[in-house]
Design a binder for this molecule. Structure first.
Ligand SMILES: [Zn+2]
Length: 118
């Protein structure tokens, strides 16, 4: 499933940045073209993160809209899905500006060193 692949690659990035420290929260920038299903992604991430540094971390997803620039008239068209024609002149010769991002924007490292005794 798409969301599991995304969750696994996000976790790789989180673990690389966390360097062993516990992560309490993370923020992602995800382009609308990924059509990420939040509910499925949350389940997938908690599954792949289970037992690791990001277990239980709060995940914030910032969705990035799709933006394209027309090579014909140079105007920019934005939408929350794939744009196939320029909104100004209708041309199909478009350059994707944003919308396919998958970026780990930030992580919050837990500074608490004591372990909770359950
Ligand atoms: Zn155009």
């Amino acid at each position: 499933m798409h969301e599991f692949g995304v969750a696994a690659s996000v976790l790789d990035a989180v673990e690389a940045r966390a360097a062993g420290r516990p992560v309490s929260a993370l923020r992602l920038h995800v382009g609308a073209l990924h059509r990420l299903d939040r509910a499925v992604f949350d389940d997938a991430f908690s599954m792949v993160a289970d037992g690791g540094v990001a277990e239980g971390a709060v995940v914030e997803v910032v969705e990035i809209a799709v933006a394209v620039r027309c090579r014909g008239c140079a105007s920019t068209t934005t939408a929350d899905e794939l744009v196939v024609a320029c909104g100004t002149c209708g041309a199909h010769d478009l350059e994707l500006l944003t919308g396919d991002e998958l970026v780990l924007e930030s992580i919050t490292v837990s500074t608490r060193t004591e372990q909770e005794v359950g």
